[in-house]
Design a protein around this ligand. Structure first.
Ligand code: SF4
Ligand code: SF4
Length: 121
């Protein structure tokens, strides 16, 4: 039963309005379910091309537009590439990737790794 005597906060109202459109972001599977290393571990993001909307002929710039590290994700003809030497592994791109199966993995960065090519489709 909804208590209509209590005022509705702006945040609560906004959450109720967007929930139907964002529910899938939390519930969808990732490409290869696995633990994301903790924040103390050097990490790097990797794009799984077969799940990426851009790799599959769609249009998506979410990861490249929202990455906070300049140059960590570049695009060429709409196709994103993550540069492991600039990626901090913050996971923002992973959290925001809108693909039906999350196309971005965050993994422990190998100690000697300097570049991380994206997987071709
Ligand atoms: S956000 Fe996801 S689907 Fe979009 S371009 Fe990046 S990896 Fe591909
Ligand atoms: S993990 Fe963070 S720094 Fe690395 S590509 Fe994604 S958003 Fe950019």
């Amino acid at each position: 039963m909804v208590d209509r005597s209590q005022p509705v906060s702006r945040r609560g109202l906004f959450g109720a309005l967007v929930r139907p459109f964002t529910r899938h972001l939390k519930e969808r599977p990732v490409a290869h379910p696995e633990e994301i290393p903790d924040a103390d571990t050097p990490r790097v993001a990797i794009i799984q091309g077969r799940f990426c909307l851009a790799y599959q002929g769609g249009v998506c710039f979410t990861c490249s537009e929202r990455c906070p590290e300049p140059g960590a994700i570049t695009t060429q003809q709409g196709i994103p590439t993550i540069h492991a030497d600039l990626c901090t592994g913050c996971g923002i791109c992973h959290d925001l990737c809108p693909a039906p199966v999350n196309a971005i993995l965050v993994k422990a960065k190998p100690p000697t790794q300097t570049t991380e090519p994206s997987e071709p489709s």
